[in-house]
Design a protein around this ligand. Structure first.
Ligand SMILES: [Mg+2]
Length: 235
């Protein structure tokens, strides 16, 4: 039996140390011509279109003039990100550099992405991190602003690429926020989360993931992940 592992990017595989969000804010200011309120706002777990909608919602109506603002902000972000985000801004999170080569060689594992990034943003971040070659497919923020709608895109693309219709029991989402847990659970898939970057273990436990790990070290991840996926669904 094969398993589909779908990784989130920011806070799970890498940190761009705030640079990507700063680029999105820059694109927002350039297109909208207004300053959104971001005090206390965290983009963690949100899709790029959702973040832009949240930022637009902080403005008064007279600041939101013009058509298709959100789409135009995302296009500007796509253009500005390669100019702003560089290799030296990207930090691989603990265990990632060791885990991905092991998973890539695993005969039963198909690796993909489930990320709120638009496709071009995801591609750039992974290229800068040296991780682009590991992922055969993905579901992205440009597929739907609602993260809970993304998993079927990954299943459909996996079926097209590998001829396998992965069941929820054969699928795990790996992320760092309660939103990563929710987007797996809503379809009956497994959710594994890594604590410490954006959320503490106790914050994540409240979202009822199947496992909370302190890092993506292969020694921790592999036994947990493979036993979860091999186990028949309970209840
Ligand atoms: Mg994340």
């Amino acid at each position: 039996m094969r398993f589909l592992l779908l990784f989130d990017i920011d806070g799970t595989l890498i940190s761009s140390q705030g640079k990507a969000f700063a680029a999105l804010l820059g694109a927002f200011r350039q297109v909208v011509g207004a300053e959104p309120r971001v005090e206390g706002y965290s983009p963690a777990g949100k899709t790029d279109p959702q973040i832009v909608a949240d930022l637009l919602a902080t403005l008064n109506d007279n600041q939101k003039t013009g058509d298709h603002l959100a789409a135009r902000v995302l296009r500007a972000y796509q253009e500005v990100l390669p100019q702003v985000l560089k290799h030296e801004h990207i930090r691989l999170l603990p265990g990632v550099a060791q885990l991905l080569p092991v998973l890539a060689m695993h005969p039963h594992v198909v690796l993909g992405l489930l990320t709120g990034n638009i496709r071009e943003g995801a591609q750039l971040k992974l290229e800068l991190a040296g991780l682009a070659g590991y992922f055969a497919l993905g579901a992205f923020g440009c597929d739907s602003p609602n993260r809970n709608q993304l998993l079927p895109y990954a299943w459909e693309r996996a079926q097209r690429a590998f001829g396998v219709r992965f069941s929820p029991q054969q699928t795990a989402v790996v992320g760092d926020t309660p939103a990563d847990v929710a987007c797996a659970k809503v379809w009956g898939a497994k959710a594994i989360v890594v604590a410490g970057h954006t959320h503490t273990a106790s914050q994540l436990v409240r979202a009822q993931p199947d496992a909370v790990l302190p890092s993506l070290s292969p020694q921790l991840f592999l036994p947990v992940c493979l036993s979860l996926l091999a186990r028949p669904r309970q209840g």
